[in-house]
Ligand binder design. Structure first.
Ligand code: ADP
Length: 588
């Protein structure tokens, strides 16, 4: 270990000299208290160190030891269900060691080194294996197989491999490399968090990550391997949206990074997540989830590390061929941590005091999302979808963090406090949200949902847009001044909003809607519209048309069970019958 000495302490930033043999991004231990830090700038033999723990009591002259390694995460069986802090220390172990308040300098292994896992090989002796290849698995939780991969940079022929119970540090296979040397393979890998894990190629995302939330899946879908951003004005239902995604998103592994502003935000997540059940298996959701939580008593610098810790873990599961979703809440807090460190480093500030490299960092982070062909020779595909929440002060979307994020993400779910105030949930504003994946996933939807899917959603959206244009006129001259056709447009838009987009997260059935059911529901609303238009054009009074009984059926479609969702289509017959009767009434 190389040693330097502190020459300055400024909050989470310390400067040490005598560090010439250390490298940028090395992890260091500070003072006798063993605080964990990372070198973020080197000038001559002076290192600027971001410290991930409270620095009070640390002073000039205290020693700094460089470990010679970059900030890394440990990857292997035992990750899933864990709750970590920003530098991958298990919160439960820290609490057990030092009580509820995180004391400083605690060293705990990120994953349990002692626990035995039952390893089942998937390759044979004498087989040639390459970096990234899956050589076996352990059943980590009831719902998740943890595949064991050859770490990047290693290739060779299997000399021995066997089924059995091993801990993560024991050798499960021996390889003979090309140069004849023997390599012991364990189930534990290490990876530096600031470097993305390698893959073979990136592919265009072509499959949607369905969420069971109608407004998202219909109008603003995110692709598997895509990126999305959701701003969260207070009370707009951000937490509910996130829980819904964690529950229902079509992903096999979920990594949730929480950088809460107030301690209690994170406490909510810590209390609520372990309670959530996976709707498909009935098992606790935590069995496919990893939580990274920045508790409020950790300094801001740890937030900066936490998004990297989270995304590296997510990439590791992607490399197994899984579809992984990472949710980061909120990336604004991460950006604020960057701003604070940059200020202390006395860097030239950019917009609103954020460092000039803010945009680059944000872009690099989202760049790590994607659908990839994994490194191994088995040619598996994995995907990492990244959903970042932003919380600009005052909900102001011109905020630099929001702007930098919108430049890189391809989906924007605009949560609106106006809609939330009207109790329209999910409060995703259909007029300001967008997705750029429509073209990518069109074919998939056509094949897996319905030929007509993209047509009907375009039509539904155009009716919603028409409503917003007409609203202005209605405000000025009242609803009665509209033409019958336009009144029908207003009525259909209302139906789309209330009977379709509005979705109650707390209703047993309504909480999740398959795309098949969504398609049926929306088809019926539009069928009603088209048929009603014919009547309106034949001068049948609009109030009669829109007050048909079948409207009740339409309003209750959302409560029809998934298994019965095709019965929704029979509502067409009710519409036909009622409209026929209406026509007869007026022609008599
Ligand atoms: P935020 O996290 O943005 O402050 P929450 O997610 O806690 O807001 O939502 C505030 C309240 O709005 C919730 O307690 C709930 O009553 C209501 N709500 C939000 N989304 C939904 C939804 N999809 N279905 C039903 N109620 C919702």
């Amino acid at each position: 270990m190389k040693t330097g000495k502190i020459i300055k302490v400024a909050g989470p930033l310390i400067i040490a000299d005598g560090m010439s043999s250390a490298n940028l991004f090395d992890v260091v231990r500070v003072s006798k208290l063993n605080l964990i830090g990372e070198i973020i700038e080197m000038r001559g033999d002076k290192a600027s160190i971001q410290v991930y723990e409270e620095t009070s009591g640390i002073g000039v002259g205290d020693p700094v030891y460089s470990t010679g390694y970059p900030l890394s995460v440990e990857l292997g069986p035992g990750l899933v269900s864990k709750i970590y802090d920003g530098i991958q220390r298990p919160l439960d172990l820290i609490a057990a060691q030092s009580g509820d308040l995180v004391t400083r300098g605690v060293s705990v292994p990120a994953i349990d080194y002692e626990q035995k896992w039952h390893f089942i090989p998937a390759v044979n002796v004498n087989q040639q294996v390459f970096e990234g290849d899956i050589i076996g698995y352990v059943q980590e939780t009831v719902i998740l197989k943890h595949y064991i991969m050859i770490p990047p940079g290693i290739n060779g022929k299997i000399l021995s491999i066997k089924e059995g119970d091993f801990n993560v540090k024991e050798t499960i296979a021996i390889l003979k490399s090309e140069d004849g040397s023997e390599i012991n393979v364990t189930m534990l890998q290490k990876w530096p968090v600031r470097k993305s894990r390698p893959y073979k190629t990136k592919k265009n995302p072509t499959e949607p990550m369905l969420t069971g939330q109608r407004v998202i899946d219909t109008f603003f879908p995110v692709a598997k391997g895509g990126t999305a951003c959701v701003p969260g004005p207070f009370g707009s239902g951000k937490t509910v949206v996130q829980h819904q995604l964690a529950k229902w998103a079509d992903a096999e592994v979920i990594v949730y990074v929480g950088c809460g502003e107030r301690g209690n935000e994170m406490t909510d997540v810590l209390l609520e997540f372990p309670e959530l059940k996976d709707p498909k298996s009935g098992e606790p959701l935590m069995k496919r989830t990893i939580l990274i939580a920045n508790t409020s008593n950790m300094p801001v610098a740890a937030r900066e590390a936490s998004v990297y810790t989270g995304i590296t873990i997510a990439e590791y599961f992607r490399d197994m061929g899984y579809s992984v979703a990472l949710m980061a809440d909120s990336t604004s807090r991460w950006a604020e941590a960057m701003r604070e460190m940059s200020g202390r480093l006395e860097e030239m500030p950019g917009e609103e005091g954020y460092p000039a490299y803010l945009g680059t960092r944000i872009a690099e982070f989202y760049e790590r999302a994607g659908k990839v062909v994994t490194l191994g020779s088995q040619g598996k595909e994995g995907s990492l979808t990244v959903i970042g929440a932003v919380s600009p002060p005052g909900g102001d979307l011109s905020d630099p963090v929001v702007q930098a994020t919108l430049r890189v993400v391809k989906v924007f779910w605009s949560l609106s406090s106006t809609l939330a105030y009207k109790r329209h949930f999910p409060a995703i504003d259909w007029l300001t949200s967008y997705t750029l994946y429509d073209n990518n996933i069109k074919d998939w939807l056509k094949k897996n949902v319905a030929d007509e899917w993209s047509n009907i959603k375009i039509k539904a959206m155009s009716i919603l847009q028409k409503e917003s244009e007409l609203e202005e006129i209605v405000r000025l001259v009242g609803l009665d001044a509209l033409s019958p056709e336009n009144r029908l447009f207003m009525d259909t838009a209302k139906s789309i909003r209330e009977d379709y987009l509005h979705q109650n997260a707390f209703h047993e059935i309504d909480t999740y809607t398959s795309s098949r059911k969504s398609f049926n529901m929306l088809s019926i609303i539009l069928y009603f519209h088209d048929e009603a238009m014919k009547l309106a054009q034949d001068n049948i009074p609009i109030r009669d048309i829109i007050s048909q009984q079948v409207k009740d059926k339409i309003a209750r479609m959302k409560y029809i069970e998934e298994s019965q969702c095709d019965t929704i289509l029979s509502i067409k017959n009710d519409i036909d019958r009622e409209f026929k009767e209406l026509r007869e009434k007026y022609s008599a």
